[in-house]
Design a protein around this ligand. Structure first.
Ligand code: NAD
Ligand code: IPM
Ligand code: MN
Length: 349
């Protein structure tokens, strides 16, 4: 029996998460893998009610009581700024020390890519995003607030330990999954302080994995080459903000954020799983959001907990539904969120 904590989240997360949960349970049951969900009401509604989106000790609750956390998007247009995202997303990623944000990106059907002439198999890569440091350390401050002389300082943090462990996690993942190549995307030729830390960790870690092909590139060049020559990339490891941006770019190569899953891994501890997309206020409440990103996120969770059969059956079902045109509007279909979830479940092996 595995115990999974679930935070449905905000906006369209309340449409897509129930579909993904139902599919996860169905796939697990078919594989005789028993799963129990415990739901938490963390997010924007709770913030509006109580002034805090999540209790201070929530990461401890997850670490001590659960095998994993499955979390939907957080963010609400009624709450300006980043307060609820800080309280719920960042505090949980940091509190679990979920330092490796793994964002796979695979083309499920030729007609989903805006790149001309690219087939399945030509776009299949994984972004490894450092998930606890960089600009997201939120070190800084505001000086002369609200005046014409206002100064905002948002410092980047790059610790050798933090950089080394995410690069190592990327190589270990490559070895485990039979991936051939790891590329580091940094800004060594521009950032005087962060650059050398990234390149030193890179050189030291890659020496431990002689059978894996490697490449060190600047992140701006990676952004261009991902579009020009996507097949050149397999695993890309990078810092927090670069990874946030690159993972939206790569999702666009395969159909958009409606299809993009992600895992926030702590290699020795409890991990959390969230789709890449947000709460999508522009389509919230219409029942047309795509449940595939959350559903493929559930597959990552099952893989991580050792139920590869259930994970593979979810991916196969998603692929079959897409192939058959059983899709939501964002990827050219006409199904509602619910109908899309049902179409996927009908196809579970
Ligand atoms: P978004 O991902 O919510 O939306 C970007 C675009 O993608 C929109 O046009 C939206 O309609 C579309 N989209 C997103 N998910 C979709 C889905 N499942 N099916 C179909 N279309 C989908 O990004 P945003 O607009 O920048 O952010 C909205 C809110 O979500 C903000 O509050 C932001 O902070 C938050 N957010 C949270 C997370 C998270 O919790 N991990 C991630 C990203 C954004
Ligand atoms: C993501 C999101 C978050 C991030 C935001 C909502 C804080 O964009 O998960 O990609 O930047 O990490
Ligand atoms: Mn993002």
């Amino acid at each position: 029996m595995v115990n999974i904590a679930v935070v449905r989240g905000d906006g369209i997360a309340n449409e897509v998460m129930p579909e993904a949960e139902e599919t996860l349970l169905a796939a697990a049951a078919a594989a005789s893998f028993s799963v129990e969900f415990t739901h938490f009401d963390w997010g924007s509604e709770r913030y509006l009610r109580e002034g805090r989106g999540m209790p201070e000790d929530a990461p401890e609750t997850i670490r001590e009581g659960f095998d994993a956390l499955f979390q939907g998007a957080i963010g609400d247009p009624r709450i300006p700024g980043s307060i609820v995202q800080e309280q719920v997303i960042m505090n949980m990623r940091n509190g679990l020390d979920a330092y490796a944000n793994v964002r796979p990106c695979r083309l499920y059907h030729e007609d989903l890519t805006p790149l001309k002439g690219r087939g399945r198999g030509e776009i299949d890569h994984v972004i490894f995003r450092e998930n606890t440091e960089g600009l997201y350390a939120n070190v800084g401050g505001i000086f002369k607030r609200g005046t014409p002389d206002e100064v905002a300082l948002q410092e980047e943090v790059h610790t050798y330990k933090g950089v080394e462990r995410v690069i190592r996690a990327a190589f270990e993942f490559a070895e485990r999954h039979g991936r051939r190549k790891v590329t580091v995307a940094d800004k060594a030729g521009g950032l005087k302080f962060a650059g050398p830390v990234w390149r030193r960790a890179w050189e030291e870690v890659k020496a431990d994995f002689p059978s894996i092909e490697t490449n060190a590139m600047h992140v701006d060049a990676v952004a261009m080459e991902l579009i020009r020559h996507p097949a050149d990339f397999d695993i890309v490891v990078t810092e927090n903000m670069f990874g946030d941006i690159l993972s939206d770019i790569t999702s666009a190569l395969v159909g958009g954020v409606g299809l993009a899953p992600s895992a926030n891994l702590n290699m020795g501890g409890v991990s959390m799983f969230e789709p890449v997309h947000g709460s999508a206020p522009d389509i919230n409440g219409q029942g047309i959001s795509n449940p595939v990103a959350a559903t493929l996120t559930a597959a990552l969770l099952l893989d991580h907990l050792g139920c590869a059969a259930a994970a593979a059956s979810i991916r196969g079902a998603v692929e079959g539904a897409i192939e058959a045109g059983e899709r939501t509007a964002d990827i050219g279909g006409r199904l509602s969120t619910r109908q899309c979830g049902e179409a996927i479940r009908r196809r579970l092996a």
